[in-house]
Design a protein. Sequence first.
Length: 340
Amino acid sequence: MLASLIKQKALQTGFLACGIIPAETCTEFKNYLDERIRTFPQSKEFYQSMFAMAEPPEGAKSIIVCTLRYNQYKEPQSLKGRVGKFYQFDNRLTYTQEYRQKNEFETYLKTLGINLLKNNVSARWAAAKAGLGKFGYNNFIFSREHGSWIRIETWAADTVMDYDRADGDLVLPGCSDNCRKCIDCCPTKALSDKFSMDRGKCIAHLGFRGNNGAGEEAAALKFAGQSQQWIYGCDICQDVCPVNKNRFTEQNDFPLLAEFEKFMEPEKILEMDDNTYINIVNPRFWYIGPQNIWKWKCIAIRCLVNSGDSKYHMLLKKYCDHEDARIRETAVWGCQKLGI
């Protein structure tokens, strides 16, 4: 009865679907991480950092999982190929309808006497185990109606409930052995086999890592030439997926997104001052961190280099003398790559 009430409320609130699984199910995620480490030992440190996601919170009995779509929003032309759609249409922003929906749902759960616990479980794993979607070869969760253009929310609860179970294999039936489009299109070859990914090579991860110093930034430069024009995230493996074809309806404008377009231009990023970054850009795109404007500038330089446009040559040479060694190193790399 309790599970039925929760699922009914989830749909009323605006979620696509809702499932509930035993909290201990999350421990199976460790087997997945162990396999990735065996396959990609060079990225061991990144997978080890995820082991906490395989431990349900103390006192947790159930994990409530809900999905919602973001494929109804219009993607600005200037952000295509630069900012991943997941980050453009971020439901964690307090002024979005989805944020209000989540708060309404959480309030309802509390009225049922459910105590919500601090939660760090793997959302994709939980969704798959709850039967709300299946993994594609690109490691995203796909729903029947909206492809991989969905968000997943999870809540850890201290209450025992009736549970859902996934039917059959966790991998999407539409991913046949004859389709390797996501794998073949991955520029850095982070995807090299079905349902397998070297996290250390993923463009999105390369953009968000390397925040601590020149050494990590140098590691990211190994794949900089393959990162195309991506500044924040990457959508290539989702865009080429046949299952995702015609799944982005682009009916509505996302709140205030247009106001950030100008800040995502590589030239504007290079000109950006600390005050603008800390007070305007970072609160909207926070994965890189408020003290790491240098990282944005390194990414912007890579974009200019990968554009191949000679009009940026003088600008790139200018940054070869930058006071920040990390930015300077990236500019030198770019000039050497372009032979200027």
